[in-house]
Ligand binder design. Structure first.
Ligand SMILES: Cc1cc2nc3c(=O)[nH]c(=O)nc-3n(C[C@H](O)[C@H](O)[C@H](O)COP(=O)(O)OP(=O)(O)OC[C@H]3O[C@@H](n4cnc5c(N)ncnc54)[C@H](O)[C@@H]3O)c2cc1C
Length: 363
C-alpha cells in the first residue's frame, strides 16, 4: 500500500493556509510550520493587514496572473453565498475611477469575470477622473477569514507547529525521516530562508491605511492616478479601510500621522458619504494599519524543484510566494496551480525512486 505523502508547508498567511487546505483535500498529510498564525499581529505577517477585496492588478498580457485572480474570484463568490458570516466575505458594489488611464485600464481583461460590469457614463463620473467602471465584487475581513481558513485546515486533519525556519533543511527532516514535500509560503521572508535562491525577489512595499467605523458604507471605491491610489473598502464588522500608500523598501511599523491625514482627506473627497460631507474631523477613527506587501518582479513564484535532505533523501520543494498586493485575490488560483505542480512532480519523483529501488533489488 502507498504511504500518504507527508508535506511541510512553511507559512500560515492567506497563501500558506489556502495551499495547505487544498493539499489536505487532495489527501496529503500536511503540517504547517510557521512563526505567525491567525490571531498574531506583526509587521512580519502581512495577511492580517490587507484591505482586502478583489480588484485585480493582473496585467492584460499575463494569462497566469489572470487565471489566479479569476479562479479565486469564483471561490470567494461561492463562499460569500454560503459562508458569509464565518468568513466575513461580503458581496458589494464597486466603483473604480482612473485619471490618465493606461491602455490596460481602458480595456480591462476582467470585465467578464465580475458580475454587473459596466463602463460609467461621463455624467456618472466625479469631475477629476477620466474613466470609471462599476461592477460587483467581494470584500474580505482578513482576521475573520484567516481564522476560518485555519479552522477548515484543522477540521480536515491538518497539524500546526510554531517554529521559525532559517534553512530549508530545517523543514526537511522529522525524527522519522518521513517528510516528502516542502511548500515555501513564507511571504516576504520566503527568499530569506537559506537554500531558497531567487534573483527576482524585491523589497516589500509598505502600505499605510486608516480604519474607521462607518457601517453605512457598503460599497468599495478606488481612484487611481499616476501619483496616488485611494480606496475605501468596507468590512463585515462595520469598519471601513481607507487607503493607501505604496512605499517600497520602507519597513517601519510606525504610522505617519501626516500620511494618515492625507489618506483621510483623499477618502473623504472621493467618498463624502463617509461623514455625510462633513469632512475628516467627523471620521470615527479606530486606528492605523501598516503592512508590507511581499513584492516580487514578474509576479509570485509558483514552481517546484528537487533538493536533497541532510539524510540524503530527495525532497520536492514547491514555492508559492511573492503575491505583492494580490495575495487574497490570487490565493485560491495560485494554490491550485501549486498543488497541480506538486501532484505531477511528486508522482515523477516517486516513480524514479521506485525504479531505482527495483534496480537495486535485482543486483
Ligand atoms: C495595506 C495592504 C493592503 C492590501 N490589500 C489587499 C487587497 O485588497 N487584496 C488582496 O488580494 N491583497 C491585498 N494585500 C496583499 C496581501 O495582504 C498579501 O499579498 C498577502 O497577505 C500575502 O500573504 P502570504 O501568506 O504570502 O504572506 P504572510 O501573510 O506574510 O504570511 C507569511 C507566513 O510565513 C511565516 N514565515 C515567514 N518566514 C518564516 C520563517 N523563516 N519560519 C517560519 N515561518 C515563517 C509567517 O510567520 C507567516 O505565517 C494588501 C496588503 C497590504 C499590506
Amino acid at each position: 500500500m502507498k504511504r500518504v505523502p507527508k508535506v511541510h508547508v512553511i507559512g500560515a498567511g492567506v497563501i500558506g493556509l489556502t495551499t495547505a487546505t487544498l493539499l489536505l483535500i487532495e489527501g496529503y498529510d500536511v503540517t504547517i510550520l510557521a512563526k505567525h498564525f491567525p490571531g498574531d499581529m506583526s509587521i512580519d505577517y502581512t495577511s492580517p493587514w490587507a484591505g482586502a477585496r478583489w480588484k485585480t492588478l493582473a496585467p492584460n498580457d499575463d494569462a497566469r496572473l489572470q487565471r489566479y485572480d479569476a479562479d479565486s474570484f469564483k471561490i470567494f463568490w461561492e463562499l460569500a453565498k454560503c459562508r458569509a458570516d464565518e468568513t466575513g466575505i461580503m458581496v458589494i458594489p464597486a466603483f473604480d475611477y482612473y485619471k490618465d488611464p493606461t491602455a490596460d485600464q481602458r480595456n480591462p481583461w476582467w470585465k467578464k469575470v465580475v458580475p454587473g460590469f459596466r463602463k460609467l457614463s461621463r455624467k456618472e463620473l466625479p469631475k477629476d477622473v477620466d474613466i470609471g467602471y462599476t461592477f460587483t465584487t467581494v470584500a474580505i475581513t482578513p482576521e475573520r477569514y484567516l481564522r476560518w481558513l485555519q479552522s477548515q485546515f484543522v477540521a480536515l486533519g491538518g497539524k500546526r507547529k510554531h517554529v521559525e525556519i532559517s534553512n530549508l533543511t530545517d523543514a526537511m527532516d522529522d525524527p522519522q525521516n518521513t517528510v516528502d514535500i516542502i511548500v515555501n509560503c513564507a511571504g516576504m521572508h520566503a527568499a530569506g530562508i537559506q537554500g531558497v535562491n531567487d534573483p527576482h525577489i524585491n523589497k516589500p512595499v509598505r502600505g499605510q491605511n486608516v480604519v474607521v467605523r462607518a457601517k453605512h458604507i457598503r460599497k468599495t471605491i478606488s481612484v487611481k492616478t499616476k501619483q496616488e491610489y485611494t480606496y475605501v473598502i468596507p468590512r463585515a464588522d462595520g469598519t471601513v479601510i481607507l487607503g493607501t500608500t505604496k512605499d517600497e523598501g520602507n519597513r517601519s511599523a510606525e504610522p505617519d500621522p501626516a500620511i494618515a491625514k492625507d489618506i483621510m482627506e483623499r477618502a473623504c473627497k472621493h467618498c463624502p458619504e463617509l461623514t455625510n460631507g462633513k469632512g475628516i474631523e467627523r471620521l470615527d477613527v479606530v486606528g492605523d494599519i501598516i503592512g508590507l506587501r511581499p513584492k516580487r518582479n514578474g509576479g509570485p513564484r509558483v514552481e517546484t524543484e528537487v533538493k536533497v535532505s541532510p539524510s540524503g533523501k530527495p525532497i520536492l520543494v514547491a514555492h508559492n510566494y511573492g503575491h505583492d498586493g494580490s495575495g487574497y485575490q490570487a490565493s485560491w488560483g495560485s494554490a491550485k496551480h501549486a498543488v497541480k505542480l506538486i501532484k505531477e512532480h511528486h508522482e515523477t519523483l516517486r516513480a524514479q525512486s521506485s525504479k531505482i529501488q527495483e534496480l537495486l533489488s535485482r543486483l
